[in-house]
Design a protein around this ligand. Structure first.
Ligand code: GLN
Length: 304
């Protein structure tokens, strides 16, 4: 299959939506990004690649980093992880506080902010050098050593991160996190600030698509069954209160971030990343969802 052609056709078809939505501006540094950018890249497990437009431009991966954090936490904690965080879809916004209070400080799933802050705490406790070790894991699964944090983005998010600070305080009150709140939040914001391109993201996520291959990167090991279960969580929780809609439209496990990136995988077939900063009201990329909807429709390759 000519993947470049396929992606180009998809891009042409979704151009009418190019001005829909609004880039995230609650993180001041993200408001500086040109919202009219678009990139897309697909990697198949057979080594085929398709890449168009700004597939090589790095952007803030934000919540997509939660998938990397989950891989590390599952490797470290195994099933004990599920004592501190659930695995049910939340049906609420990524930064919602409501359920967390009602459910006594146990986040619904690892992909809402509360769940990811708990994972940041776990990694902070278990890793010798949390910041370096997390980045090394990302380097190994993507095969790209130059990927790094954007400290400016992380600091700018901390400055305005009132909701995440409230979440961290609630978690601390309930005893779900053990480290100092500032240390945990700083690490969480740093993870979110990592910058990667669509090419790098789709290559990195191929390891989750290809669950039959041994998962062993930077000392982080997962069984095939654990990788499959990560995909299950991406399917049910990857898009917050739009997880059902994404499942309906696209039909693949995936994860979005407020930087405008979305990564999706078709198990044992491919991983695809798309980036366009304009978001819908749920914080997911408008063009990103459209592109993936067309991809799975054109290639008849959703998991359903
Ligand atoms: N860093 C962002 C936040 O905590 C991540 C949210 C997202 O990408 N959905 O608000």
């Amino acid at each position: 299959m000519d993947y470049n052609k396929l992606l180009e056709n998809i891009h042409q078809a979704i151009l009418p939506y190019a001005q829909e939505g609004k880039a995230a501006d609650y993180i001041p540094e993200l408001a500086k990004v040109d919202p009219d950018q678009f990139g897309m890249c697909i990697h198949t497990i057979y080594g085929e690649v398709g890449a168009i437009e700004q597939a090589d431009t790095r952007f803030s991966i934000q919540s997509i980093s939660k998938v990397f954090a989950l891989a590390m936490c599952l490797s470290i904690e195994g099933d004990n992880l599920w004592k501190k965080v659930g695995k049910e879809p939340s049906g609420t916004a990524f930064n919602s506080l409501v359920q967390l209070e009602v459910e006594h400080g146990i986040p619904r799933n690892p992909f809402i902010n509360a769940g990811a802050i708990v994972m940041a705490d776990i990694l902070y406790s278990h890793l010798e050098h949390p910041h370096e070790d997390f980045l090394r894991f990302v380097h190994e699964i993507s095969g790209e050593e130059s990927i790094c944090y954007n400290k400016q983005v992380a600091l700018s998010e901390r400055e305005k991160g009132y909701l995440n600070a409230a979440i961290a305080n609630l978690l601390k009150y309930h005893g779900t996190i053990e480290n100092d709140i500032e240390d945990v939040l700083h690490f969480y914001f740093m993870m979110c600030s990592i910058e990667m391109s669509c090419r790098e993201l789709s290559k990195a996520f191929l390891v989750f698509a290809n669950h039959r291959k041994k998962f062993d990167y930077a000392g982080i090991t997962l069984t095939s069954s654990q990788v499959k279960r990560m995909n299950a969580i991406m399917q049910t929780c990857g898009f917050y209160d739009e997880a059902g809609e994404f499942s309906y439209l696209v039909g693949l496990p995936g994860k979005s971030g407020v930087g405008g990136g979305i990564v999706a995988i078709y198990p044992l077939q491919y991983a695809v990343a798309v980036w366009s900063p304009r978001l819908n009201s749920r914080g997911n990329s408008v063009m990103g969802i459209k592109a993936l909807e067309l991809l799975t429709t054109e290639t008849q390759s959703s998991i359903f």
